[in-house]
Structure formats: structure tokens, C-alpha cells
Design a protein around this ligand. Sequence first.
Ligand code: LLP
Length: 421
Amino acid sequence: MNHFDYVAGQLHAEGVSLADIAAKVGTPFYCYATATLTRHYTVFADALKTAGLDATICFALKSNPNIAVVRTLANLGAGADVVSEGELRQALAAGVPADRIVFSGVGKTKRELEFAVAKGIMQINVESEPELELLSQVAAERGVRMPIALRVNPDVDAGTHAKITTGKKENKFGIEWTRAHEVYRKARDLPGVEVVAIACHIGSQLTEVEPFREAFLRVRDLVAILRADGFDIRRLDLGGGLGVPYDTEIPPHPDAYAAAIKDTLGDLGCRIVLEPGRLLVANAGMLVSRVTYVKEGSTRTFVIVDAAMNDLMRPALYEAYHSIQPVTEPAPGAPIIPVDVVGPVCETGDTFAKQRPLPPVKAGDLVAFGTAGAYGAAMSSTYNSRPLVPEVLVNGNQFAVIRARPTYEEMLALESLPDWL
Ligand code: LLP
């Protein structure tokens, strides 16, 4: 569910007309609805509570790291899951307490580990033996024992897109399931780390509960093995990954997900940490764009918009579906014609939708791409020297620009000519 609806023939985010925002900030822009962020967080948190789980929800910043979005979720009680020093700085700037931040990722650098240790975050999820050794050394030098989880790779097929599957042994993530015990033993002997948890994340945009359940049962087995060997496993970080409806898919309700956690791990007396990203923010965001031209080809009609693959990369990268709707409500009975919706970037891949049935649109009209709050702005780039698009947060009848559109002068100022030119 989201809070983007037609009011008096104009698409609104809560109480604000998207056309009014477009008039003030220009296009394209991302627009987020506070009410949807709040609703999704609340539904998720309530599901965990109803299942009787003692859980910390660490929002995966990678899906939408804007500090105003993170602050909105932090105000509701969210912690943060970060994967870089940049995200850690954003989480702290948004006001997430350090003791509610977990740090994941396969390639944390020494500098990043030092920064995380210095900030005293809740936990670092270690993904390899070399990282374990480096972290221990970094923490020991500061005279601390850093609380850690080992991220284990349970070798479970998440049944999602190949590019976002992370829990198979051929994926680069985590420590192989079969070696986990041995690496935990190694961790126990290192001076700078304290083993407190197991972490596991099998993929993103999962639309079935079963792969989660399978992975959780493996985590359960590992808890038993480690406890029998004297480890004090107090937390289980189960990652993120619960899917959202982009098109016709019906992902499990958070209640079913919470029940799977409860059934498989609920009796272990562990605090549960979750890292949802997409679930909290995807449907809270739209990308609003203006039609630049409508070009009639001999075999198809191209609707050329001013947003491009650099602004919303998911269709080009994963062939992902995003809904597209005119910001002005189509007249009842308007003809629906299949069109290709494309951006201006010089690649055929810069296509948002092929043969998408849409009511007629013309140059100057606004269109809105749905379910764009997760991995939209977060993955944008300046390809074709296009400025990053602004982000706007709506709350009731008010809105604010929460990331400004850089000027061309600011973009050019980052570059310089060497003195030999
Ligand atoms: N935790 C870890 C360790 C992760 O790797 C991820 C996502 C998450 C949590 C959050 O997963 P979520 O709840 O959002 O599914 N760019 C892709 C998605 C990449 C996901 C990467 N890891 C997309 O646009 O679909």
C-alpha cells in the first residue's frame, strides 16, 4: 500500500500534488511519502511484536540512504544496516544511535573498520577470514573487543533474480556454511573480537517464505553446534530480502515472515536483528518525469521522457518492472495503447518499458514511475553528465527537498585540468 493517489484528477503524494512539486523543483525528481514509510515500518514491527519476537529492525541504507528517510525511520525506532563508511556516516548524521548500527559487506577496508570500531557500533558482520584477522588487529590496537557476527552463507536458493541472489555458495558473500564452525573457533582465539552473533542474508526481493525458512533452519543448526562448543550466541541477524509487489507478484505478508522466524528460531532466546531495505521504502517512492517528445516509429510509438537509466537503473540492469502512470488522471474510457517508454541516454538499454499499455500522453505531460523508493536514487549516477535528480519528502500537506539537484557548475568544479594541458 502507498499514499500516491489521484485527487481531483491530479496524482498526489499524501496531500501534495506532484505537479506542484514539479513546478517548484523541476523534473525529474524522486518523491517519498512519509505516511507510507511509517506504515510499512509499523506493519513490519507489529508483525514481529505479534509473533512475540524480541527484534531490532536495522534499515538497510543501501536501498535509500537519504538522511531524511533514515531519520523518519529512526524516529520510529529503526536502527541501521550499513555497508560502507559513507552509509555509516549517513546513519549517524540521521541520528541513528551507534549501538543500533550493524556493518555488513564483503570488502570493508581497514579505514572503514577503524571508523566503525571508533564509533562503537553494535556489531560488525564479518564475511571472510582475512577480514576477521584485520578487524581483530584494528580493534586490539584501540584496546577494544569488537562485537561480531560471522556472516554465514547457507547455500540456499532464494529463487530471485540472479544478480541479487547472495546465499548460494558460488556467490561471493559470507563464510561457507561448512566452514563456519572452524572460523568461529578461530575468532574465539583472536584478541580484538568478541563473537556474539550469527548473520545470514540470502538475497533480495524474495517472494516466497520457504527459502527463508530453509536458511533459518541452517542458522538454528549452527546455534546448536556453537553453543555446544561454549559460544555465547546472543543475537541472530537474519538479513533483509522480503519482496514487494512491483507488478503482479504477491510476496509474503510480514506476518508470515515473522511466523517463519518464530517457528524456526523463536525458542533460542536470541535477540533477532533484521535488515529490511526494499520492504520499508520501495512503495514509498515515485520518480516523476516529464515527457520530452512522443516519436511515432513505423512499428511502435516511443514516449521519450526526461528521466533516464542513470536516474532509475533497475529496468536496464535487471529488466525490472516499474509501474508508469500519467500524473494527470486519464479520462474514463481513454484508449490504452502500447508504447515504449525510453530515456534520452545513448543506449538502447535506456528503456523503462517496452510495449507498455498506457493512456495517451503528449510532450509536456508528467508521468510517475512507481515502487521507486528502493534502489532508485540510491543507485543513480551522472552518466551522460546528467545531474543527480533531487529527492523530495512529503509529509501530509508539506514537502521539502531532501537532496538538491547539483548545478552544472558544481559538477564541473569537481574536475580539473592538469598543468600540462
Ligand atoms: N542485508 C544485506 C546484507 C544485503 O545485502 C541486502 C541487500 C539487504 C540487507 C537488504 O535487502 P532488501 O530487504 O532490500 O531486499 N539493487 C538491487 C537490490 C540489491 C540488494 C542487495 N542487498 C535491486 O534494485 O533490486
